[in-house]
Design a protein around this ligand. Structure first.
Ligand SMILES: Cc1cc2nc3c(=O)[nH]c(=O)nc-3n(C[C@H](O)[C@H](O)[C@H](O)COP(=O)(O)OP(=O)(O)OC[C@H]3O[C@@H](n4cnc5c(N)ncnc54)[C@H](O)[C@@H]3O)c2cc1C
Length: 415
């Protein structure tokens, strides 16, 4: 006889979205199972994920309210300014063809104290989330554990694991990433395409301080982002044509560093590579529905977008905060939290926001990842308009801070 464990919510996927969801839902009193196919010890090794995440100031409020920010803050670097340049920074490698169109977003224009966001290493996010889950009664991790099948009936969903255990709950949360198997089993269609671009990720140390400035150079092959980290380091997300990326990744350290330096220019002095390089094939995935009976999609399972604006995880954080409000409200008036009548409130809250931001980042990437003269002219006119019109600049900063629209209670502004 299979052993069956009962929970309020079963979360499939214990990545950055699934683990934060467990903590946020538990905070509202829901007991949670978190099932992940991978071993948490492996997921906390430095080699597992070399990325950093730009945590918006609205997402940071969620971490603060769940008591997670104190551990993150000492190693998070504040983003005070964002400098966007159509072309690369001027440097000794320039041949005079570099665009001078630049856009400056200054956090002080919105608020003297609050930065536009923080750059946090994914490793630290995972350590913080996993530690907190371990210490929280009412959250049970099943990992590594493979899901064999999920059966939905009138009152509950039952997840059978390959090791014979069963998990039963009125609601399953799919946090199983961009290729979500739960989503396809529920027959939810996805709009998806590949970008023919690869995100090359590495950390560099540099001679001069970055002073909290995040730089994004729009190069013909894609955006090249230099994100400020602690200790005179920066994380770079170098979007490159997929066919060229493999050749760059195969370079030895000296030549790879030289390629980086060519793109950085001189403004941070000499740069040196810290640790290995990673690469991520870039693609767009947008689920046509975020819900099905007894199923809610969050994080990359709901939509995975181009990293051009550093918003993918921030959208997932907002999914989680909205889902928490919707489910708590449903439960408090005695409703079945897995019923579509409750889940539709989540879908209404999150899908429109996701569609507009996902498509917006897609258009931005297409508009900027080329060297076509009329498009270059159009984007440079757009950039100088935004640069001159303060309310437009402030709108973009609020968008980057994920601080627009109806905010769930975990994200709401302090009064
Ligand atoms: C280069 C790059 C830079 C980025 N930078 C930023 C940034 O600055 N800011 C930002 O907000 N976002 C950024 N993002 C996006 C962000 O990284 C993702 O949105 C986020 O990591 C998604 O987390 P997730 O938990 O939804 O999915 P995933 O990280 O994909 O996690 C899914 C989990 O589900 C598990 N799983 C899958 N299938 C099963 C199964 N059948 N059974 C059990 N478990 C399963 C997996 O093991 C995994 O642990 C970036 C992305 C890239 C590629």
């Amino acid at each position: 006889m299979a052993e069956t464990f009962q929970f309020d919510i079963a979360i499939v996927g214990g990545g950055l979205a699934g683990s934060l969801a467990a903590l946020a839902l538990r905070d509202k009193g829901f007991s949670c199972a978190v099932i992940d196919a991978q071993d948490p010890a492996v997921m906390q090794k430095a080699i597992f994920d070399g990325r950093t995440t730009a945590i918006s100031y609205a997402s940071a409020r969620v971490f603060k309210r769940l008591g997670l920010w104190d551990r993150i803050a000492p190693e998070a670097e504040a983003i005070r300014d964002i400098l966007v340049t159509d072309g690369r920074a001027k440097s000794r490698f320039d041949d005079g063809a570099v665009s001078t169109f630049a856009l400056h977003f200054d956090s002080r224009e919105l608020d003297e104290e609050t930065p536009l966001g923080w750059i946090v290493e994914n490793l630290l996010l995972r350590e913080t989330l996993f530690d907190a889950m371990d210490k929280t009664d009412g959250i049970t991790a099943f990992a590594p554990a493979k899901r064999a099948q999920t059966i939905y009936d009138a009152a509950r969903a039952t997840i059978a694991l390959e090791d014979g255990r069963e998990i039963s709950a009125p609601l399953v949360v799919a946090a199983d990433g961009r290729f979500s198997a739960l989503r396809s089993e529920a027959n939810i269609k996805v709009n998806q395409w590949r970008y023919k671009q690869t995100g090359i990720v590495a950390t560099v140390a540099h001679e001069r301080p970055h002073e909290g400035v995040a730089q994004e150079f729009f190069l013909p092959s894609g955006p090249f982002a230099i994100l400020p980290m602690t200790e005179n380091r920066s994380s770079l997300v170098w979007t490159e044509r997929a066919d060229a990326a493999d050749a760059y990744l195969a370079l030895d350290d000296a030549n790879f560093t030289q390629e980086i330096q060519n793109r950085f220019g001189d403004y941070l002095g000499a740069v040196s590579l810290v640790g290995p390089r990673w690469s991520y094939p870039l693609a767009f995935h947008l689920s046509q529905s975020f819900i099905a009976p007894r199923l809610a999609l969050i994080g990359d399972a709901a939509r995975a977008i181009h990293p051009i604006a550093g918003q993918g995880y921030n959208l997932g954080v907002k999914d989680i905060a909205a889902l928490v409000d919707v489910l708590a409200e449903g439960r408090d008036v005695g409703l079945d939290i897995g019923h579509l009548s409750v889940l539709q409130n989540y879908q209404r809250w999150r899908r429109f926001d996701s569609v507009s931001l996902a498509l917006g980042t897609d258009v931005l990437n297409r508009l900027f990842s080329n060297d076509i003269a009329p498009l270059r002219l159009a984007r440079d006119i757009g950039m100088s308009a935004v640069g001159k019109i303060a309310p437009l600049r402030q709108f973009f900063m609020r968008q980057a801070g994920a601080d627009l629209g109806a905010l769930p209670s975990l994200m709401a502004r302090e009064n």
